[in-house]
Structure formats: structure tokens, C-alpha cells
Design a protein around this ligand. Structure first.
Ligand SMILES: Nc1ncnc2c1ncn2[C@@H]1O[C@H](COP(=O)(O)OP(=O)(O)OP(=O)(O)O)[C@@H](O)[C@H]1O
Ligand SMILES: Nc1ncnc2c1ncn2[C@@H]1O[C@H](COP(=O)(O)OP(=O)(O)OP(=O)(O)O)[C@@H](O)[C@H]1O
Ligand SMILES: [Mg+2]
Ligand SMILES: [Mg+2]
Lengths: 256, 256
């Protein structure tokens, strides 16, 4: 039974997609069977892994809203052991359509759960919002990884995100846990960033990953060629960081 | 009659809030009467200008959904000539409530337009989405400024944003124009960033502001003390960049 982990933070640009792609790819390289789901209508996970709209017949919108079977929508990626469910701009429409649905919070969970049988880890990349689609991802997930830049707005929003996670846990998904807070785009030359990293364990009560993801130009360039950073430049700091994160996650889950 | 400008891009973390706050503050310093509206439930504009929930009675949610008069909701900020309409997390609820509203796209426009009489510029900070709240901001606006980081995902999303702007213009707001594309967080050491800036005029057909906003740690630190960068450190590169942007905007609008 695969574990479903949502990568979420309503703050924009904190490294959700970058973490989803590079953590999933690292787990794949460590011989785990992984499915990545792009639950953001911007479809950055889809394009960041080099997948174009012609490469797939069905997207997450079709699975959630049009009754298409999850197994008919899974596509292979270039990364060993990593499959994907892509997204398109149609997903924007689901936020409006879901409003009048019976059990609107459970639609993603009901439609993707059958895939648990085939994968060790299912990673969901969320959009920067606390709306219905993100709620659906939190209801479908067993746990949440929260990427946070070491910057003011990213920290400020953590309280609201934790309130939302608690509300989802109390009303829809008793099992939901916070897997951990992940510091991303760390630049040790910035005074503010150093201050955050030194104090983060006091600011947040949840588990903070030991692995810190450094700001690294190779991470930024890799999506241009549709590859995770480990396939773009395995010697890059970013590749080592995300591989360490994958190890740390496996240890946390007694899955080494 | 004041001009309403929406700062929008569905890509997260590209500098929408930073641009809204610092452009509005620079226009205020140049003796223009400015109102900034926080149309993002994360309320980063509100906190970035040092405003706490106890400082105001009504927010944008109250104006749009509860019939509160726009003039009863306007609060002063520390910045000369700059007033604000704040937001709270309640705004998340408006995305669901608006779905079943008659003329749901026009609610913001109808409720905030009376404020045009009192201000030279009204700046709207949008959330990272193409959903109903962003559509409301585009329908209320005369023009749009699109902040773009010189990075892959930010450029990739431009096409979808322009499609949405065109759809809003055709169906709800014939006057809507693109004021310009603004390059933000520019780091001249990054190869990718240099490439983007050199080619951006070929990639986009719209007006691209001459002013480029550099990555600058003072811009990043200023929100911590609830000030625009020009009041935090007037000698910072970021302060000069945003002041230049304000001048450029005034020249574009024959308003020097
Ligand atoms: N460690 C890093 N070093 C350098 N650049 C990074 C790093 N992590 C992410 N980036 C870049 O920062 C930008 C934002 O990251 P990303 O798109 O992954 O964030 P996001 O949270 O998914 O954004 P959104 O809220 O729009 O979904 C991207 O251009 C990405 O390439
Ligand atoms: N020119 C800059 N130099 C350095 N840091 C910057 C700059 N512009 C913005 N930032 C920082 O980058 C982060 C993202 O910027 P900001 O929050 O303004 O983006 P946004 O588009 O409003 O994000 P969201 O999509 O969540 O609304 C913030 O922490 C901000 O302080
Ligand atoms: Mg993303
Ligand atoms: Mg913002």
C-alpha cells in the first residue's frame, strides 16, 4: 500500500513543484515505485518533467470530473520508476464545478486511491491556494510536506496553512499528518535566512527536515530541459540535497 | 478619475505583492493619491505594510460579500498619500460563495469603483490563481502589470495568463489593457536570467518596462518591519528600482 504525500503551501513560489519533481525522481532512483500527480492547473510538474499535451490522452481533470479510470491516465516519464498523472488548464474549471458536488472534498481521494496498490509513494504537487482543489489533495493524502523559503511572507503564512490542515484532519481525513517542514532556496549569505534557520525549530512545533535545500542555479535551469536536477547535473548541490531528502524520508518511514 | 491597475500572475512567488506595495508607495512619495487593495486571502500586502487585523473593522470580503461601503473600509498606512483596503483569510470563502452569484465577475468592480473619485491610482494585489477572485480583479481593472521572474516556469505560464486576460477583455471588460511586463528578482550572475532579459522582447509582444527590478536583500527584509523598501532603506537598489518604475508608469500615462 503506497503512501500518498501532498506537497503544499498556499504561499506562491516556495518550491512546491521543484520539491515534488526532485523528491519523486530521487525516490525513483532509490528503486522505489513512484507516481507523481500534478494537481495544479499551471501544470508546472507536467512541463518540468518534459511532458507536452500531445503526450497524454487524459489528465487529472478527466479522472476527477469525467469518470476516466486512474490507470488509463498514468504516463511514463524519462525517470526510472517514476510515472505521472498530468494536468492541464481545464483543472481551473474543477474548482467551480466541485462547489455543487456531493462530497466535494473526497473526489480526488476516491478517484486516485486505486493507484496505491501499484506504487510505494504517490507525490501530489499542489497549487498555491487554500481552495477546494488543495482541500481535495489534503483529503487524499496520508501526510503533507510543507516547503518554506526562509523569508518573511513564507513563514507568516504557516499559521493559516496549519489551521487548514487541522480543519481537514478533524472533518475529512483523520489520518492526515505533517511529514515535515522543508527549508528551500536557502542562501547562507542572507542575514534573514540565517536567522530563520537558526530559529525555525522554535517557530514551528512540527518536524523540520534535517536536509536543507540550498538556492542552486542548476535546480532553476533543469525544468528548461524537462528533467529533474539529478538527471540534469548529478554533481550539483541541488541533486545532493534532494537525494538526501529522499533518504531522510525513507528513514522516517522505516523504509530504507 | 483614478486608474485601476491589477498586479497579476497565476505563477506563485514572482513578486506581485512586492511590486504592489513598492509601486504604490513610490507613487505616494511622488505625491499621487493611491489606494492599494489586497485581493489575496494570504493578506501579504496587509501585513507587508504593517497592518494587523485589530487595525481595521472591514476587509475586502466585507465590501464584496457583506454590503459594507468601500469608504468605510479604507485605512491609512504609514506611507504618505497611500491608503489601503485590507484582506483576511475570509476572502477564501468568497471564491465558493461567488460561484452561485448573478454577475459574479462584476462584484469587485461594482463595490470598489466609487473609490476612483478620491484617488489617482488604485493598485490591486492579486492571488496566484486564474480563479473567480482574479477574474473579479481583472474586470475591475483598467490595466494589468504582470511581474515575471526571469525563470522557466514564470515565462511558461505567460501564455495562459494572456489567454485569460483576452477572455476577460472580450466577455466582461472591453477596456482592459496590459500596462506592461515587469522583470523581477533579476540576478545578473544567472545565465538563464541574462538569456531571458536579452530575448524577452522577442518572447512577448506586449510592452516590457525598461525598469528591471534586481534581486535585493533589502526588498526581502522590508516586509518584516511592515514597510515598503523605500522607507526601510531609501539607498537600496530595490528602492531606486521601484521609484524608477513609478516614474516610468507616470510617463506612460502622460501624468508626470
Ligand atoms: N533551490 C532552488 N534554487 C534555485 N531556484 C529554485 C530552487 N527551488 C525552486 N527554484 C526556482 O524558484 C521558482 C519557484 O519554484 P517552484 O515553481 O517550484 O515553486 P512553487 O511553490 O511550485 O510555485 P507555485 O506557487 O507557482 O506553484 C522556480 O522558477 C524554480 O525553478
Ligand atoms: N526583487 C526582490 N529581491 C529579493 N527578494 C524579493 C524580490 N521581490 C520579491 N522578493 C521576495 O520573494 C518572495 C516572493 O515575492 P512576493 O511574495 O512578492 O511574490 P508574490 O507573487 O506576491 O507571491 P504569491 O504568489 O504568494 O502572492 C518574498 O519573500 C519577497 O520578499
Ligand atoms: Mg508549483
Ligand atoms: Mg502575493
Amino acid at each position: 500500500m503506497g503512501k500518498i504525500i501532498a506537497i503544499t503551501n498556499q504561499k506562491g513560489g516556495v518550491g512546491k513543484t521543484t520539491t515534488a519533481i526532485n523528491l519523486a525522481a530521487s525516490l525513483g532512483i532509490l528503486e522505489k515505485k513512484v507516481l507523481i500527480i500534478d494537481a495544479d492547473p499551471q501544470s508546472n510538474t507536467t512541463s518540468g518533467l518534459g511532458v507536452k499535451e500531445d503526450d497524454f490522452n487524459y489528465s487529472l481533470y478527466d479522472i476527477m470530473m469525467q469518470g476516466v479510470d486512474v490507470f488509463d491516465s498514468i504516463i511514463k516519464t524519462e525517470v526510472p520508476n517514476l510515472d505521472m498523472i498530468a494536468s492541464t488548464i481545464d483543472l481551473v474549471g474543477s474548482e467551480v464545478e466541485l462547489v455543487n458536488y456531493e462530497d466535494r472534498e473526497y473526489v480526488m481521494r476516491k478517484t486516485i486511491s486505486p493507484a496505491r496498490e501499484k506504487y510505494d509513494y504517490i507525490i501530489i504537487d499542489c497549487l498555491p491556494s487554500l481552495g477546494i482543489l488543495t482541500i481535495n489533495s489534503l483529503v487524499a493524502a496520508d501526510s503533507v510536506i510543507i516547503p518554506v523559503q526562509s523569508e518573511y511572507y513564507a513563514l507568516e503564512g504557516l499559521g493559516k496553512l496549519k489551521d487548514t490542515i487541522k480543519a481537514v484532519k478533524d472533518s475529512y481525513n483523520q489520518n492526515l499528518e505533517i511529514e515535515g517542514i522543508l527549508i528551500t532556496m536557502y542562501d547562507k549569505r542572507l542575514r534573514l535566512a540565517q536567522m530563520v534557520v537558526e530559529n525555525v525549530k522554535e517557530i514551528v512545533t512540527d518536524h523540520v527536515f534535517e536536509t536543507i535545500i540550498n538556492r542552486n542555479s542548476k535546480i532553476n535551469e533543469a525544468p528548461m530541459v524537462g528533467k529533474p536536477v539529478i538527471l540534469y547535473d548529478a554533481s550539483a548541490v541541488g541533486s545532493k540535497n534532494y537525494l538526501n531528502l529522499a533518504y531522510e524520508l525513507l528513514v522516517l518511514n522505516n523504509d530504507k
